[in-house]
Design a protein around this ligand. Structure first.
Ligand SMILES: Cc1cc2nc3c(=O)[nH]c(=O)nc-3n(C[C@H](O)[C@H](O)[C@H](O)COP(=O)(O)OP(=O)(O)OC[C@H]3O[C@@H](n4cnc5c(N)ncnc54)[C@H](O)[C@@H]3O)c2cc1C
Length: 315
């Protein structure tokens, strides 16, 4: 049985460990923290529980897919419900807008609060669905680094539709032209920040993002976002993945350009394959000792950051 070592126990590392175990590999997962889940963590303080990291949960079918891959019943393993609203917008002039997680309700609400025709908002959300459905097989479901991604029918269709995918104008320009209303523009531009992009620079194809939250809807797992990490950990254990917490990987070992395992502080763990779910810069810098490539990555422009407050409120 071939062996795989996975570096990093965030939700990405846990998910890939499950997939590899299902394929029959002998999987070990190494996590430097004393818990798995990575950014999907939580803080318990004075009777309050806060999800840190992700708070918006879309596309629950992707979690169910993992459960089904393990031949388990999703209903027994994971409970969640659809949210009526995913967020609220507060503007300085006291305008309050409810971010309904339903395209008709949201279009109505936004139209009522900003005097933009509901039809215009609905058309924007339809375009969002079009962008998503046209590109998902190319950009989201396949590796961009493999030649065969570009040679299947769905990808070829997406490539033929390139001119309609809003690649050559910025998100903010497109939304300004479409709405000519600062509040509506601001609301739709903020979706660029979901992948760290700047709406004034990012291509308008990123207008596909609101499709997930507003058309498909936002959800919430029973017991909070952290329960997704707990679920993935459970699936890993049930599929025989060995999870090593408090185990920081120091280096990936090679023998004549062929990977042979990983080194932690104290031990060497042999494997045929190593999968890294650590931030890529550190993989090149520390694990592969490829300082030149790391330097190149470091020169790339940083994504936007955010400041987040967790407030416990007694009402
Ligand atoms: C504030 C914030 C809000 C977000 N909101 C949302 C949201 O609402 N919805 C959404 O879908 N997404 C959201 N995201 C994005 C989402 O949280 C991440 O995409 C996701 O959690 C990343 O998971 P990951 O497994 O790829 O990486 P990580 O969670 O970063 O996991 C990497 C793991 O690798 C471990 N590691 C690193 N180096 C080593 C090493 N050398 N050896 C061993 N272990 C190592 C780390 O300790 C960590 O546990 C948000 C992110 C942040 C930060």
């Amino acid at each position: 049985m071939k062996k795989i070592n996975v570096v990093g126990g965030g939700i990405g590392g846990l998910a890939v460990a499950i997939r590899m175990a299902v394929k029959g590999y002998k999987v070990k997962l190494f996590e430097s923290n004393d818990y798995v889940g990575g950014k999907m963590s939580q803080i318990n303080m004075q009777g309050y529980r806060f999800d840190t990291g992700p708070s918006l949960f879309t596309q629950p079918h992707l979690i169910e897919e993992l459960i089904l891959l393990c031949n388990k019943n999703p209903e027994e393993y994971f409970k969640y419900h659809k949210l009526k609203e995913s967020c609220r917008y507060f503007f300085e002039d006291h305008t309050r807008i409810v971010g309904y997680s339903d395209s008709n309700l949201f279009a109505k609400e936004l139209s009522k609060k900003t005097n933009i025709e509901s039809k215009k908002i609905q058309n924007h959300l339809k375009k969002s669905a079009y962008l998503y459905n046209t590109t998902k097989s190319l950009f989201l479901e396949k590796s961009l680094h493999k030649f065969r991604t570009y040679t299947n029918l769905k990808s070829l269709i997406a490539i033929c539709k390139l001119p309609s995918l809003d690649l050559f104008t910025s998100m903010s320009k497109r939304n300004k032209k479409r709405f000519k209303n600062p509040k509506v523009e601001q609301i739709f531009n903020r979706y660029a920040t979901y992948n760290g992009s700047n709406p004034f620079k990012a291509p308008a194809i990123l207008n596909l993002i609101p499709h997930l939250e507003i058309n498909q809807g936002a959800y919430f797992p029973e017991n909070g976002m952290r329960s997704i990490a707990n679920l993935l950990e459970r699936l890993c254990l049930e599929m025989g993945v060995h999870i090593h917490t408090n185990s920081k990987v120091k280096q990936i070992a090679f023998d004549h350009n062929k990977v042979k395992g990983i080194h932690t502080k104290d031990e060497f763990y042999e494997s045929d394959i190593v999968i890294c779910n650590q931030d890529v810069y550190f993989v090149y810098e520390n694990l592969l000792n490829e300082k030149k490539i790391a330097k190149k990555i470091q020169k790339q422009e940083r994504s936007t950051s955010a400041i987040i407050f967790y407030w416990g409120i007694k009402k």
